[in-house]
Design a protein around this ligand. Sequence first.
Ligand SMILES: Cc1cc2nc3c(=O)[nH]c(=O)nc-3n(C[C@H](O)[C@H](O)[C@H](O)COP(=O)(O)OP(=O)(O)OC[C@H]3O[C@@H](n4cnc5c(N)ncnc54)[C@H](O)[C@@H]3O)c2cc1C
Length: 540
Amino acid sequence: MKDATLAPLYSSFDYILIGGGTSECALAATLSQNARVLVLERGGSPYDNPTASDLGNFANALFKITPNSWSQLFISEDGVYNTQHTSTCPRWRLGNDYVEEAEWVREEVEAAYEWVEKKLVFEPRVMGWQTAFKDGLLEAGVNPYNGFTYDHIYGTKIGGTIFDNAGHRHTAANLLEYANPDNIVVYLHASVQKILFTKTGRLAPKAYEVIFHDRNGVLHKVELANDTMNEVILSAGALGSPQLLMLSGVGPMAHLAAHGVKPVVIDHPMVGQGMGDNPMSTIFIPSPMPGEKSLVQAVGITKFDSYIEGGNNVTLSFDLTRRFFDGVLHVLNETSRTTSSQILTQPIVGFLKSLDGGFKDMTTVNVMVQKVAGPVSRGYLELRNMNPEDNPSVTFNYYQEPEDLNKCIEGLKTIIKVIDSKAFSKYKYPGVTARVLLNFMLGLPTNLRPRHVTSVFNLKQFCIDTVMTMWHYHGGCQVGKVVDKNYKVIGIDALRVIDGSTFLKSPGTNPQATVMMLGRYMGQKILKERAAFFKNQEEA
Ligand SMILES: Cc1cc2nc3c(=O)[nH]c(=O)nc-3n(C[C@H](O)[C@H](O)[C@H](O)COP(=O)(O)OP(=O)(O)OC[C@H]3O[C@@H](n4cnc5c(N)ncnc54)[C@H](O)[C@@H]3O)c2cc1C
């Protein structure tokens, strides 16, 4: 990995990979076995500060939104805070029914998962809180108990984790250890501005060059080496990929024209459509039992498609919490002209005042969350301006579809049963009822949406009022709409999108393992196509 300031002004490669995130690390390592690969990542290295994302620092890493941090805050038009990654930090594998729908080859999917797992997935050491949570899920009817497994099956299980037993987080960047070092260059702080296309007669436009700038603002150009099989592969994530396609002239024509994008290379109305974010509901549970820390280990996979997870003694710094909310207010201020007028800042202002009341430096929280699978509700992404580093405008339309709302209600009912279960009783204060906890959540500025007094009695309204993100947003370049089944951008040559933006729904309980698997799977497929092409050429 090198800083982009060291990049030549002109260079050429067989594959130019945009974004060094979850899918791209797997893809780059694989392609480098047989081709010359360049990775352009606008973030930094996870190795610069290796303990920052350790188990104990998890929440603080998330709340840290300074320019050099790994989280880049964005606020959806629905009034929900979210962060997109800069740099890499993945999680754990899940098998799923996606394989048939995606028309992937099952054996190759299995092999790709195993390739990922070998480098960065561990069996967690399950202690008291997670054991009580697991037993509570079983008492609440999330049966059967499936033990420790990577598989995505109904019931309660212990899943894999990317935290090793010392609490150190492993990331997709570890997959680069598989790469052929002679064939790969990774530039960090390389912010891609645009993909350029050639257009000859009636032939489809063809990607041939990528422009990026380094952190000094110096522009660099990189071309595809002159070979039929070479490609640009976009893996800038669910926000970055549709945004960069649009900025490069591939998107809904009227929208591009309205923003002055020139030239419009191809009218692609579905770019930016189908954005989904799995709604999350959260319940904090004060515990009389301090001690061991844990993040998602036991998981309840219900038949009504709500996934239930939890963690305990998650440490939170008040200073970072305050700075996070200052950041929220700043982002709202910056985007006030293009942001929905439904967004309310009052809850934050009130919350910040209450922090001034004098809290300790740190607090710890125990938490149970439910994630709505799918989701069915869908939104869209639009440009705000021509700067690829600014967040685009995103609307997820949480709970627009009643099906999503029903999953949330059932999920919350299950969490309440777990809190009330015999197994969990020693991890909550006596007399603490679900209603008290719901009321507490309603008082926190977990989003910028209006609150209703009825929400404490009405789970449907509670879901709507307190919706948060699980950070599993996806869509924008969906398969069958923007890319074909081989992840090639429809109507364009030498350009694929391979990342979470292609998903029709979020895979498994948590998507990262599948995103990494996809990078490996497609890398293998592309190399096979490449080898077959050159063999045919030799024989001809
Ligand atoms: C805070 C957070 C916590 C999460 N926790 C979990 C979890 O516990 N388990 C789980 O399974 N999933 C989790 N997820 C979801 C998971 O991380 C994503 O689904 C997955 O990372 C998506 O992978 P991707 O390859 O599509 O995009 P990303 O991994 O986001 O990769 C995109 C990369 O492209 C880069 N990029 C974007 N634009 C440009 C540009 N113009 N030029 C150069 N580079 C660019 C970005 O910096 C980024 O590194 C979490 C997500 C977040 C944000």
